[in-house]
Write a protein that binds this ligand. Structure first.
Ligand code: SF4
Ligand code: SF4
Ligand code: SF4
Length: 480
């Protein structure tokens, strides 16, 4: 049944066309159609419309790794290529993703580095990689026989990103600029050794002292002085292994959070133990700065240590440790139940959490900042808010919140990178909190807390706004 075809046929017949002529025209049309199709297949990938082909392909073959999980270098001791120094060294999937970019700019609209005024933009990175493919792989020579150089290996492209994951969240064709950034960092750190001084210093601290701060390892338990904290020992059973992370152990301000956490766990009669001097850095900073080797050594040592203990779950107050333990240790056989402290506190029966005093209207306006590695990357957004609400805090929201939260600027090793005073991401996030009329910023990440404290101090606003970890707020609000 072909009503349109029949109608056209009767019109053509009325115009005097014979069936033989119609068949000949039909065959000619088929040949033209086929020719156009083949030409389009050859030309479209070389034009701006290439993403019509590559974008769906990229969506199909994209990496299925979890968002917070970086790719591992398998058999690192024997690997010949560490990171990427030449465009050809990117994997086929990565090369395809550069061609899939629609140049829409959504990634740079949300990128904290770009918005802070840095020269780095994720779109610029992906586009420069695309141009590099065109000039080196597709049309590899110019008239003089030399390869045109597209410099994607810039300092900004390599070190500008905080790995906050916002660009990945908004990209319509599932491009992951963080993978490329880490490839470039691995090349600098593991192959050429030409990295910024602050990166070299931090990595040296991790290799020599076992923590990014470069603090003597014996200082790790200084924060426990005067507190009763059970030491985790092989052969003993306990419910919770408290994995604190280096920031709260070594940083003087953040060690107050550690003390509040211990108080909170005691208040709620939690059966927990802490590794003390045996706790080692999870290695997150080394991995995100590109030193995969140091990371793998740290991960394997921690997994060995955990295997000697008898606990039910790991609880950590640091989203960076959480992400590493949940999403990256399974690459090395470390599979555990890992909870962020705010999740764990929400699992306690509500009558075991001490009731809180105060009413909403008598408390300061508190805004919760979602740490990227807790909210957007690991989807933990309700638990911290529940805790603040159950403490009857006068909680408000910033315009950018939850999965759309804006980074504090401390991730991806940026806690230790020297940044230009004109391009400080933490100053922008502090402005967001001030615009929301907040008097207190609550967060659940020690790096975020440091970044906010730094911004408040350098802007001289400590009379106007303060920052606390949620644990500190709960302890202050709880009845003891
Ligand atoms: S991960 Fe964050 S900082 Fe890095 S490019 Fe994406 S949006 Fe920018
Ligand atoms: S959001 Fe994705 S498609 Fe759009 S410019 Fe960025 S990388 Fe390209
Ligand atoms: S420090 Fe906090 S906000 Fe900043 S990148 Fe890490 S988790 Fe995100």
């Amino acid at each position: 049944w072909s009503p349109v075809g029949s109608m056209v046929a009767s019109i053509l017949r009325g115009l005097g066309m014979t069936p033989e002529t119609a068949v000949a025209i039909n065959e000619l049309m088929l040949i033209i159609h086929l020719g156009l199709g083949i030409t389009a297949l050859v030309i479209v990938p070389l034009t701006k419309l290439r993403h019509l082909v590559y974008s769906p392909l990229n969506i199909l073959v994209r990496s299925r790794r979890k968002e917070g999980e970086l790719e591992t270098i398998v058999d690192i001791e024997d690997a010949e290529i560490l990171g990427v120094g030449e465009i050809e060294e990117f994997s086929t999937q990565r090369l395809l993703s550069f061609d899939a970019c629609t140049n829409c700019g959504r990634c740079e609209d949300v990128c904290p580095a770009t918005r802070s005024g840095s020269a780095f933009t994720p779109r610029g990175l992906i586009q420069s990689l695309h141009e590099s493919i065109q000039s080196t792989l597709v049309s590899p020579t110019h008239g003089n026989g030399n390869r045109p150089e597209i410099d994607f290996f810039t300092e900004e492209n390599t070190w500008g990103c905080t790995t906050c994951g916002h660009c990945i969240y908004v990209c319509p064709v599932f491009i992951n600029p963080v993978d490329q950034v880490i490839d470039l960092r691995r090349n600098q750190v593991l192959t050429t050794g030409k990295m910024p001084k602050s990166v070299g210093d931090t990595l040296r601290n991790m290799e020599r002292q076992g923590n990014p701060w470069g603090m003597p390892p014996e200082e790790r338990t200084r924060w426990t002085e005067g507190l009763s904290v059970r030491q985790a020992k092989a052969g003993e059973e306990f419910d919770v292994l408290l994995y604190l992370g280096c920031s709260m152990a070594f940083d003087e301000r953040n060690s107050k959070i550690a003390q509040a956490i211990v108080e909170l766990l005691h208040m709620n009669q939690v059966d927990f133990a802490y590794l003390g001097l045996d706790e080692a850095c999870c290695g997150e900073t080394a991995r995100r700065m590109g030193h995969e080797y140091v990371f793998q050594v740290m991960a394997e040592e921690n997994i060995k240590m955990f295997s000697q203990l008898n606990f039910k779950r790991i609880v950590t107050p640091c989203p960076h440790c959480l992400n590493t333990l949940i999403n990256e240790y399974p690459q090395f056989g470390g599979n555990y139940e890992v909870l962020h402290l705010t999740q764990f506190l929400n699992t306690l029966p509500s009558d075991s959490r001490k009731s809180s005093k105060g009413e909403n209207d008598s408390t300061p306006r508190v805004v919760y900042h979602d740490p990227c590695y807790l909210g957007r990357i690991n989807s933990i957004m309700k638990d911290p808010r529940n805790l603040l609400d159950s403490s009857k805090m006068n909680r408000i929201e910033m315009e950018q919140n939850k999965a759309n939260s804006f980074c504090c600027g401390g991730g991806g090793g940026h806690m230790w990178l020297e940044t230009d005073a004109e391009t400080r991401i933490n100053h922008l996030r502090l402005e967001d909190a001030l615009n929301a009329q907040a008097e207190v910023i609550a967060t659940a990440c020690p790096y975020c807390l440091t970044m906010f404290e730094d911004a408040i101090r350098s802007k001289g606003l400590s009379e106007k706004i303060q920052v606390f970890d949620i644990s500190e707020i709960l302890v202050k609000r709880g009845e003891k």
